[in-house]
Design a binder for this molecule. Structure first.
Ligand SMILES: NC(=O)C1=CN([C@@H]2O[C@H](COP(=O)(O)OP(=O)(O)OC[C@H]3O[C@@H](n4cnc5c(N)ncnc54)[C@H](O)[C@@H]3O)[C@@H](O)[C@H]2O)C=CC1
Ligand SMILES: CC(C)CCC[C@@H](C)[C@H]1CC[C@H]2[C@@H]3[C@H](O)CC4=CC(=O)CC[C@]4(C)[C@H]3CC[C@]12C
Length: 434
């Protein structure tokens, strides 16, 4: 299978450069697609000639439509990490927006109680408690699945887990998913990567309104971005491998920027920290440092769409990477959080950082030292460490329409709706905490 690659070419934890242009005009493909995808789009019905609609033909159409939808509801999807923050949104979005779904398998180390409520719907929901580091568990869960969305991962930039564990889950886990696809004949694999595979890099270079082809020196040392970059590379390289039955594996990777929305643990932690400080947060990062953020509902929608369209546009989308984006405003990490924390009664003190940067660096280094010293006794993992400080203090924003061009993505939720939903969630959390 010919693979057009616009992702990075170098080693994941070394120097890499973005580059290359897309060979296939996405818009033209989009129109071809609308022609062929009748059972999902209204356009197919609208094109039918109204004048010949006798009762008989109407009956035939109805029969045909019923047969189509029975046949259409045939796909088995597997979501790894489906009980996490993003996973829950993807699971719910698939059930709402993927009419061809027959069975949805949710594979996670920790299954959520909320899964029970989904088991009464028309789609068979199968919860599988399992570990992606165990190849046999992954292969068993995947047998007979058509599509896998692989988002199970250890998201840890605070030093909670060891580098070895992060590697085992994020890299070995991804290898196991790829090998299970090959063994069982699962042909479509969507990987949830991260903006962190690009940057910010250890040199703190800004990435300002960049896209998938923007050159950037992607050099990482931290275990989390290293593991995500390695895993992404494995997924992209697996595109075109023959799976059981002889068909080619079709893969692609989505790279969300910092995700926010209902269920976001870090937002919850910052909120509680603000409450402990008497309803105040103190500005630490200059307001001019912009950070890319994307609403969880839109990230989920993008996963649903990419998984669907990958099956129709394998030649165009196979081996590709897509940033996850929406219309959320570009702001500093703290100013963006205030969009939600403000309406919940918190105040950000200072128009400029209260502490000089060198002092913050010193505090971050002290936290890292304390974490190391206390490790034999307890887990000390505060939000501030040298890595998170560097992340928060480096501009990283994306501006791209690649997903729109390749598979017709438009955000499902406007910024206003994303904001309102997140505030509403924070306020429920607030009242349930009292
Ligand atoms: N939260 C964010 O801002 C971003 C997240 N991502 C990626 O999105 C994915 C989902 O992230 P979140 O939902 O935020 O994290 P999360 O921690 O809420 O969800 C991860 C899920 O994976 C499961 N998991 C962990 N280890 C596992 C194992 N060994 N076997 C099976 N399941 C396992 C966890 O139980 C959890 O349910 C991750 O791959 C992450 O790297 C990417 C960009 C930004
Ligand atoms: C104490 C500081 C002044 C502020 C600390 C803020 C940090 C906790 C967060 C700043 C940037 C965040 C990361 C960023 O949004 C990108 C991410 C992508 C992922 O794939 C996982 C999450 C994260 C690493 C995210 C984590 C929190 C920050 C470091």
């Amino acid at each position: 299978m010919p693979v057009e690659r616009s992702g990075h070419q170098g080693g994941p934890c070394g120097k890499s450069r973005r580059g290359g242009v897309e060979a296939v005009p996405g818009m033209a493909r989009r129109e071809e697609q609308a022609e062929g995808d009748n059972h999902l789009s209204l356009a197919g019905n609208e094109r039918r000639p109204a004048l010949v609609a006798s009762l008989g033909t109407l009956g035939l159409w109805l029969q045909q439509d019923m047969a189509d939808s029975a046949q259409a509801q045939k796909l088995v999807y597997l979501v790894t990490g489906g009980c996490g923050f993003l996973g829950e949104h993807v699971v719910r979005m698939l059930l709402q927006q993927e009419p061809r779904l027959r069975e949805l398998r949710i594979f996670d180390l920790h299954l959520g109680p909320w899964l029970e409520e989904l088991k009464t719907g028309p789609v068979q929901v199968t919860a599988i408690q399992g570990d992606v580091t165990q190849a046999h568990e992954v292969a068993a869960a995947m047998a007979g699945a058509h599509v896998v969305i692989h988002m199970a991962g250890l998201v840890d930039v605070f030093g909670r887990a060891s580098p070895e564990t992060i590697h085992a889950v994020n890299v070995q886990g991804t290898k196991n998913v790829i090998e299970a696809c090959v063994q069982t004949g699962t042909q479509f694999l969507v990987y949830t990567s991260s903006m962190e595979v690009v940057g910010p890099n250890i040199k703190g270079h800004p990435f300002y309104r960049g896209n998938e082809d923007t050159p950037y020196e992607a050099v990482h040392r931290h275990p989390y971005p290293c593991s995500k970059a390695l895993a992404e590379q494995l997924v992209l390289e697996a595109n075109g491998r023959k799976v059981r039955g002889g068909l080619p594996l079709v893969t692609c990777a989505l790279r969300p920027t910092g995700i926010y929305g209902e269920g976001h643990q870090i937002m919850r932690d910052i909120y509680h920290q603000g409450l402990r400080l008497g309803g105040r947060l103190f500005r630490a990062i200059p307001a001019s440092v912009e950070h890319g953020r994307v609403y969880v509902g839109n990230v989920a929608w993008m996963h649903v769409l990419v998984a669907r369209e990958l099956q129709q546009r394998a030649a165009l989308m196979g081996g590709q990477v897509y940033f996850c984006y929406d219309k959320s405003p570009y702001k500093s990490y703290e100013d963006f959080n205030m969009e939600f924390l403000g309406p919940c009664g918190l105040r950000l003190v200072g128009t400029r950082p209260l502490l000089p940067y060198w002092l913050l660096m010193l505090l971050a280094a002290l936290n890292a030292l304390l974490q190391w010293l206390l490790r034999p006794l307890l887990l000390y993992a505060p939000l501030l460490n040298p890595y998170t400080l560097a992340m928060a203090n480096t501009t990283f924003t994306v501006s791209t329409n690649k997903a729109q061009r390749h598979f017709g993505y438009e955000p499902l939720f406007s910024w206003e709706e994303s904001r309102t939903r997140t505030i509403r969630w924070m306020q429920t959390m607030d009242s349930s905490a009292q």
